[in-house]
Design a protein around this ligand. Structure first.
Ligand code: COA
Length: 392
């Protein structure tokens, strides 16, 4: 029995900042951001959009009433959580009407946790093939103003429905793991912005890829050539290009660099415009590949690499299903990205400074969101949400 990804939706915020605009404000050559980092834009979340509203928007649009009724497990992956105790997935359950007979929990391990969630969901569906599991990966990537990390911010969510006989990707059971205690990126509880040693993190990402790949090869016996293409975790798209070049060197491929980069290009197009969406980013990359690729991937195997600083990495794979194109949400995703409003630098800086009261006192958020869900404010320490419209 095949088990894997039956539906995949993504969502992001209603605003975008062109990195050329940021470069101008910072007095930096825009080519550093567009070529050096491979980023064109980053999504910026206004006060009334957060990990819950983005996850709810991503999920609601892909789930039929029958899907919702058969979900018994909701795993919310994030590293920008909104509560130290309550799982963000419970707000989503309430907003989009998921069953009350349901396990709901939040997972954290930097940008890796959605992949752990996917494997846990796979085991769950293996044991209960008539049930489905929903993975919500949602994050707001935030670094300090005027820091090297600033152009690699962004925000977004992915909703991944896992079932038996999936329409999109049947996951292979083999995987490769690598975990180590490294301090390349972390966010202590008292900080809103992550601390990151970016160059070190890039090196650990690449070495972890080699280790996870070696384990994957030991367990699967597959080679580089057994995969039609690859998707990588995307803190910025140039990182995936470096990863792909590294894997090709590691496995001694003789493929010209341009051909290598062309192999993964369709997986990068959404992330170039959204920026980093942390736990969601690999799944944003998979959506981008399936929805923007020019070749028919039906029946072909994808190599998938997930990396979460700190660190845990996993290499895994799956086979794209023959009729996958019928289960995609390409036009909705592309129009969502196209309809984002462009910010000027001052609007971005103002949104960056916004903070909800830190003492739980009552506050209403100004209305910016154009997505189906918004955070209306806080009252008695409780975050309040509303549905604005039907799904995208
Ligand atoms: N034109 C074209 N490319 C340029 C350029 C220009 N004018 N100026 C610089 N570049 C290139 C650099 O050569 C470099 O490319 P390379 O890595 O292929 O050599 C790239 O742009 C980035 O320049 P660099 O000086 O390394 O940038 P930085 O010191 O400001 O930091 C990061 C870059 C990614 C380390 C930083 O953005 C960061 O910390 N990001 C957050 C953490 C992160 O994303 N970690 C990744 C692992 S999960």
């Amino acid at each position: 029995m095949n088990i894997g990804i039956d539906a995949l939706g993504i969502a992001t915020s209603c605003y975008a900042l062109d990195l050329a605009t940021l470069a101008e404000a910072r007095g930096i050559d825009p080519l550093k951001y567009t070529q050096g980092l491979g980023q064109q834009q980053m999504s910026v979340a206004p006060p009334d959009e957060d990990i819950v509203t983005m996850a709810a928007s991503a999920a609601d649009a892909i789930l039929s009433p029958e899907d919702k009724a058969s979900i018994e497990l909701v795993l919310f992956a994030t590293e920008s959580g909104i509560d130290q105790s309550k799982a963000a997935g419970i707000w989503v359950q309430h907003l989009i009407g998921l069953p009350k007979r349901c396990r709901i929990i939040e997972l954290k391990q930097a940008c890796y946790s959605a992949t752990c969630a996917l494997q846990m969901a796979r085991y769950f569906v293996t044991a209960h093939p008539n049930k489905k599991a929903l993975i919500l990966a949602s994050d707001i990537a935030r670094y300090g103003l005027n820091t090297p990390g600033e152009p690699t911010q962004g925000c977004g969510a992915a909703a991944v429905l896992v079932s038996a006989n999936p329409r999109l990707i049947a996951l292979d059971p083999e995987y490769g793991l690598y975990a180590d205690h490294v301090m390349d990126f972390w966010r202590p509880n008292y900080r809103d912005e992550a601390l990151v040693d970016g160059h070190y993190s890039t090196r650990v990402y690449l070495s972890s890829l080699g280790h996870a790949w070696d384990h994957y090869v030991e367990s699967s016996g597959r080679t580089f050539a057994d995969h039609a293409t690859f998707c990588y975790h995307l803190p910025f798209t140039r990182m995936a290009e470096k990863a792909h070049e590294r894997l090709a060197r590691h496995t001694k491929q003789q493929i010209p660099s341009e051909e290598l980069l062309a192999q993964i290009e369709p997986s990068l197009s959404y992330a170039r415009r959204i920026g980093n969406s942390y736990s969601a980013s690999l799944y944003v990359g998979i959506a981008s590949l399936l929805e923007n690729g020019t070749i028919d991937l039906g029946g072909k195997r994808l190599g998938l690499f997930s990396y979460g600083s700190g660190c845990v990495a996993e290499f895994f794979s799956g086979v794209v299903q023959p009729t996958y194109q019928q289960a995609l949400h390409s036009s909705r995703h592309n129009s969502m990205l196209n309809l984002r409003q462009k910010l000027n630098y001052h609007e971005y800086a103002e949104l960056y400074q916004f903070q909800l009261p830190q003492d739980g006192s009552e506050a209403a958020t100004p209305q910016h969101a154009t997505s189906p869900f918004r955070l209306t404010g806080v009252k008695n320490h409780v975050r309040l949400y509303e549905r604005l419209s039907e799904s995208y």
